[in-house]
Write a protein that binds this ligand. Sequence first.
Ligand SMILES: Cc1ncc(COP(=O)(O)O)c(C=O)c1O
Length: 398
Amino acid sequence: MKKLVVSKRGRNVIASPIRKFLPLMQAAEAKGTKVFRLNVGDPDLAPPPEFLQTVKKYNLPTLAYAPSPGIKAHMVAWQKYYKQFGLSLELNQMLPTVGCAEAIMLALQAVADFGDEIIVFEPLYASYKSFSVMTGIKLIPITLPIEKNFAMPPASVIEKKITARTKAIVIINPDNPTGKLWSPAELNTVVKIAKKHNLFIISDETYREIRFNGKPYCLLSDKSARQNVILTDSVSKRFSMPGARIGCVASFNKEIMSAILKFAQARLSAGTLEQLGLVPLLNNSRPYVSKVVKEYKKRQKVVAEGLKKIKGAVFKPAQGAFYQAVGLPIKDAEDFVRFMIGKFSYQGKTVMVTPMQDFYITPGKGKNEIRIAYVLNTKDLKVAMDILARGVAAYGRQ
Ligand SMILES: Cc1ncc(COP(=O)(O)O)c(C=O)c1O
């Protein structure tokens, strides 16, 4: 008789590198150890109160599906939100999604078929690796070395990776996990390559405003690349509300938006209540967003100060998002994390960070690197950074 077997993609997909240490962490906490969690990009800040206030006012007799292209008031609010970045988008050039995660999935499936290739820069947000297994789209990595502060290589290096099956290049700006901001020159190079080779650019701007210098930038505002760029966006980080599960996908390319709409119709809609609750936030995002950016900037400094005390740590202060990538004087960051959670504590406390290995596609890369998500208030973060330094020293003495 035929056996029940899980699909190859079901077997091949990786567990979230961020969540795979959860059982160890829970065991440490059960023993009474306080674990400072610097591993998940889950903001600790309270979201704007207008969200729940609006949701609580909902008084329709049913809770219906929202339309696939979005609730009109919600999309008009996104339209207004994008105006501040010099972007004039029509309602049919945007579509609300279940987080940026779904926006990425829709964009990938709109540009590429099974076996097609997408160029990405590694290290990269690990979910792209899972999306690639789920969709059968191949990721072709270009490594950005930590020693060069994740600077983009010359155009020729990228162009060498382009084949007849290449469909798009992914840019995450500001970047997770590196905290890198893409410079105008780097973005220009990517745009030029995309236009020369007729490629799409999937521009993941989940962290757009969370940058510590300069003005937030949206790649869709580059008029020269309008047909190439597909923007994937999210409210998760800028409004500290990943649980709302709302994102947005936008493009000036009619065919792309038409394909995305048809995909979106199959999965029906993004949440009705969440779309309504977000209207006042998108209509007036600046006050809240500038407050949280100030807070992340303070935290970034605390992290950088803490890292300076670790001999042999390789890093440049992050320029955006709320992550710091660091090369540590260790051989295996996964082993180090297991040590920190399972064997080490200082005054009953320890720190959980994310090993960077799974953020790479190329085997063996990033083995000594960790990512710190600064989702902790500055007072606790100082303590956590001190514990991390002590942990690195103790690990070295083992
Ligand atoms: C770069 C990047 N893209 C997309 C996502 C997914 O975001 P969302 O919560 O909107 O699905 C994340 C989440 O951490 C991210 O860091």
